[in-house]
Design a protein around this ligand. Structure first.
Ligand SMILES: Cc1ncc(COP(=O)(O)O)c(C=O)c1O
Length: 388
């Protein structure tokens, strides 16, 4: 039996020891100095001015879309058919209108031509997702956003370290979101980060994270002006925006600070694993021509060349027998247009029109790619898949 879980050893003994040490030495456990230290470390690792630690990648998405509505107004947000549910749910709940785009098979990201054709005067933002460590950016998308004054948001939740032309994803859009959920490149158990160089957006996000409170802003002049403008309000309790409580804790930040030390080395190992996996897989049976430039994969992609339900069924049975954990449909379970929360709200949309998302939905899955996954297991997995 192959025995490959989706994730292994993501929280190691050393992380646990750090937590124990912290607990025995500290008396402040919610959002405090460790959170700020982790935010600074993350900004440095990524190469951005500001990072804001929140309690999940989805929280980062919800806050970002709410912040765009507050600062720039509601509008159309272009989203991919293959992404996580909160990338679309956040658009809907902030009062924007999601505009769906099918994806490429070489990077599972929005198809450039279709994306460009869906831009209208109402387009507020393009919310792209780097899926399974594959870069989603193109020069044309970046240039179009600049020329047409469209906000570019990058979801890097499952692709920490992926690069586009040697620049880290998450440094190119106006805002970028990361997840540190247990199964991702590094983990704070639950957690997320909002990153930006934009001072105004950062200040908004600080307030959104903590109930919308003015005192969370670090812009002293702004706070003085607002306080003077509302003399009837207690300065400690001025709520500027309809915010959330999406703070994380010092404990999660302690984990993040310890995990970030291993991040680059783990990315290197996972990159190697994925390149090996793609090179060994039979390209007659499986799609293997992924755009590997700058990839930072954390899960092996199995996508049938031909849409063959029987073969897919055989593969899922084989993986189950071999105790190889897998997820059908890749990130978010496949074509989001098939999901009840989308169907209910957009009954005129036809999921079948998103042909590549449909293929990924019905004939795609992923298995785990963790740093200490043995080479022999990767070879054996490919051998078994090639024999189907
Ligand atoms: C692309 C993408 N965006 C957002 C999220 C949400 O992150 P979280 O699980 O931390 O809420 C995920 C899921 O894990 C994801 O894969």
């Amino acid at each position: 039996m192959l025995d490959i879980p989706l994730m292994s050893n993501n929280i190691i003994k050393d992380d646990v020891q750090c937590l124990i040490n912290f607990l025995s030495e500290s008396d402040r456990f919610t959002n405090g100095p460790k959170v700020r230290e982790f935010e600074r470390a993350w900004s440095e690792w990524l190469g951005v001015k500001h990072s804001l630690f929140v309690n999940s990648g989805s929280s980062a998405n919800f806050m970002t879309m709410a912040g765009i509505a507050e600062l720039y107004g509601k509008g159309e947000i272009i989203v991919p058919a293959i992404t996580w549910s909160s990338d679309i749910a956040s658009v809907i709940t902030a009062g924007h209108v999601p505009v769906f785009v099918d994806v490429n098979l070489h990077n599972f990201a929005m198809a450039e031509e279709e994306l460009l054709s869906k831009i209208t005067l109402q387009t507020k933002a393009i919310f792209l997702s780097h899926i399974l460590g594959l870069n989603a950016l193109t020069d044309k998308i970046i240039d179009t956003c600049k020329e047409r004054n469209i906000i570019l948001v990058e979801d890097v939740c499952e692709s920490h370290g992926v690069t586009f032309k040697n620049r880290k994803a998450g440094t190119i859009g106006q805002v970028s979101n990361f997840s540190f959920y247990y199964a991702h490149h590094m983990s704070t158990i639950e957690g997320g980060m909002i990153c930006t160089d934009d001072e105004d957006f950062y200040q908004q996000m600080r307030m959104y994270r903590s109930h919308g409170m003015l005192r969370e802003s670090s812009d002293e002049e702004y706070k003085r002006n607002i306080t003077a403008e509302y003399p009837d309000l207690n300065p400690e309790f001025i709520f500027m925006v309809p915010g959330f409580n999406m703070r994380s804790t010092e404990l999660n930040a302690v984990l993040g600070l310890n995990q970030i030390k291993r991040l680059d080395e783990n990315i290197r190992k996972r990159r190697e694993n994925f390149a090996l996996f793609c090179s060994l897989l039979d390209s007659g049976k499986y799609v293997t021509e992924f755009d590997l430039a700058g990839q930072s994969n954390y899960a092996f992609i199995v996508l049938l060349r031909e849409n063959n339900p029987r073969m897919f069924e055989q593969i899922t049975r084989l993986l189950a027998t071999e105790h190889v954990e897998f997820r059908r449909g890749t990130a978010g379970g496949g074509n989001q247009l098939r999901q009840p929360y989308v169907r209910k709200r957009f009954p005129k949309e036809t999921p079948q029109n998103y042909v590549n998302a449909e293929k990924i939905h019905f004939f795609g899955l992923y298995t785990g790619n963790y740093p200490d996954l043995e080479k022999e297991k990767i070879e054996k997995l490919c051998k078994l898949l090639n024999a189907v």
